[in-house]
Design a protein around this ligand. Structure first.
Ligand code: NAG
Ligand code: NAG
Ligand code: NAG
Ligand code: NAG
Length: 298
């Protein structure tokens, strides 16, 4: 479909043309296919981004301009092949310039345009910050090279402690990879997001990018293999988890395993039902949060 790059169309159908351009940011309509029953999570507010790379939609994120980081990313799982690609970090030009092409673009080697810097996180925010770039939608959950490259956009990452990113959270991503690959027979929809601090918001140096207290993830696989081993029965059709991103957090949501290796201690991930996850999200966001349409039972 011709988009913002077709000037004649834009002039002739100015209203329709600008609606098309605006659709990459501010509206999930062009990328609803990444959500179960085309139904994005309810209860959270932000700027929808249809994440586009090489002229194809790859996944969707709800972005917070104030936090310069996402509330969640939604995507469809596909079994990966090969190694993790080396990262080329990208930004979203349409957050800085409403009329811009909606394809994500690799950061230039030199200085970054000031409107881009204002509208989103840039690499300098993370460099020397004591936080890693934690993917919400991980490259591990995708098959095609382009889908994997597309996860390396800073609107899909949050500041995540190494102890979580290289520890229990990575184990969760690998467990979900193995479980969905082995027993999910149709589409698997995944939504991964964050929970902010209740008070005393944490920021990366420079006070530009907000740090989450927890990360959460849930999947919906409506069509699965009925002969799943007994110990995995509770993981279908839905499964959810919350991970700590701060060793000092209290233990009401996720208890700490004090016998864990020191470098991972305090970054535990707790598996839970989708219902329990939604209860915590509803409590922490002070509004009813629903991740999947009819809790994936529809
Ligand atoms: C990061 O820290 C190192 C070591 O202190 C320093 O050499 C480097 O210039 C810093 N990089 C940036 C981008 O601040
Ligand atoms: C992810 O799943 C694929 C398909 O089963 C498997 O080949 C691969 O080893 C898994 N990767 C990790 C890191 O778990
Ligand atoms: C379902 O799981 C069983 C046991 O792991 C396996 O033998 C069978 O091939 C699977 N069926 C499908 C359709 O994948
Ligand atoms: C956790 O608490 C310790 C000791 O009070 C402090 O040094 C550290 O910076 C805190 N960590 C975070 C992530 O706030």
């Amino acid at each position: 479909m011709p988009r913002c790059s077709a000037p004649v169309l834009v002039v002739l159908l100015w209203a329709a043309g600008s609606a098309l351009c605006a659709a990459d940011v501010g509206d999930f309509a062009p990328c609803l296919q990444f959500f179960y029953k085309s139904w994005p999570p309810k209860g959270l507010t932000g700027t929808p981004i249809c994440q586009r790379y090489f002229n194809q939609y790859r996944f969707a994120s709800l972005y917070s301009r104030a936090r310069r980081s996402p509330w969640f990313s939604g995507y469809m799982y596909a079994a990966p092949t090969g190694k993790r690609p080396s990262a080329s970090w990208k930004f979203e030009p349409q957050l800085a310039y409403p009329g811009a092409d909606g394809n994500m673009i690799p950061f230039p080697p030199g200085p970054v345009d000031q409107n881009v810097v204002e509208s989103q996180a840039v690499e300098l925010d993370y460099i020397n910050s004591s936080y890693t770039r934690g993917h919400l939608n991980p490259s591990l959950h995708h098959h095609s090279r382009e889908d994997r490259y597309a996860t390396f956009t800073l609107t899909n990452v949050v500041p995540q402690k190494t102890g979580s990113n290289d520890g229990p959270w990575e184990v969760l991503e690998q467990t979900v990879n193995k479980t969905l690959d082995a027993y999910c027979l149709g589409e698997a929809y995944v939504v991964t997001g964050i929970i902010p601090y209740q008070s005393d918001e944490h920021w990366l140096k420079n006070h530009r990018v907000a740090v989450p207290e927890y990360m959460w993830s849930a999947y919906c696989c409506p069509k699965y293999n009925n002969s799943i081993p007994e110990e995995l029965k509770h993981t279908f059709p839905t499964y959810a988890a919350v991970g700590r991103n701060d060793q000092n957090s209290t233990e009401e949501i996720v208890p700490v395993d004090t016998t864990a290796k020191k470098q991972f201690r305090g970054y535990d991930v707790r598996q839970m039902s989708l219902e329990t996850l939604e209860m915590y999200l509803t409590e922490r966001f002070s509004t009813v949060v629903s991740v999947f349409y009819e809790r994936c039972s529809g």
